[in-house]
Ligand binder design. Sequence first.
Ligand SMILES: NC(=O)c1ccc[n+]([C@@H]2O[C@H](COP(=O)([O-])OP(=O)(O)OC[C@H]3O[C@@H](n4cnc5c(N)ncnc54)[C@H](OP(=O)(O)O)[C@@H]3O)[C@@H](O)[C@H]2O)c1
Length: 253
Amino acid sequence: MKIVVIGGTGLIGSKLVAQLRARGHEALAASPNTGVNTLTGEGLADALKGAQVVVDVANSPSFEDKAVLDFFETSGRNLLAAEARAGVQHHVALSVVGTERLLGSGYFRAKFAQEQLIEASPVPYTIVRATQFFEFLGAIAQSGADADTVRLSPAMVQPMASDDVAAAVADFALGPAVNGMVEIAGPERVSLAALVQRYLRDTGDTRTVVPDARAPYYGVELNDEPLTPADHPRLGTIDYARWMAMPRPAPRK
Ligand SMILES: NC(=O)c1ccc[n+]([C@@H]2O[C@H](COP(=O)([O-])OP(=O)(O)OC[C@H]3O[C@@H](n4cnc5c(N)ncnc54)[C@H](OP(=O)(O)O)[C@@H]3O)[C@@H](O)[C@H]2O)c1
């Protein structure tokens, strides 16, 4: 089966393409680096020729409020229209657990707009909402950093490894369209502030995390609900300790 992975050169996309190929499918990595741009439409019609499934794991190069909204709205419209023309039978997109509870953040407003475009489109779909990736912990630390301290919410999170995300998205891409949302999460529920402190220690970073219930997460104050999944998410198997022991590129700061 031909499966086009939009954002197929990114963190999740590259792992997803490898997993789909290993399972015997023709997976095309589509991104500006391979000549496919969902913002301008360049290369899109050609890439979708003969595709049965499209998986969208692209991300905006800028997280600035207007830029990120423009990215997900314009890309979403272009992509879904091209899929309808090409007769694609299943659109799979990666979103974030709790998106509708985090609309104080420009990034989550943009992800919400992406989800709404998908729901309104005639193309059968599955929206896979994932929790935070362990690979994103360095960026989360940076978002609360001020000199030697990092101020972060102690709210509970259930983060997951990108390998588990890619495996779950591959399974949903190869299954029938749900025409709804599914949630995926990591195996452990932990405090965000405590986890980031552990991550900093494990990566030789001497900064101290100060737990602060009022510290915003990408512009939104958290309580115990927003970043964790509802009942019965699909759970990954890789916990923090196992992820930290895995060989991987240097952590992002
Ligand atoms: N970070 C988290 O914790 C988290 C949690 C849940 C869900 N998510 C979602 O997971 C998704 C994937 O994230 P990621 O970290 O894997 O992303 P990433 O590593 O930043 O990769 C982004 C991908 O998007 C592609 N892209 C950028 N502009 C494009 C355009 N105009 N047209 C087509 N492709 C374009 C990039 O292509 P080039 O390489 O060619 O630039 C790259 O392949 C995002 O939608 C994000 O919202 C993230």
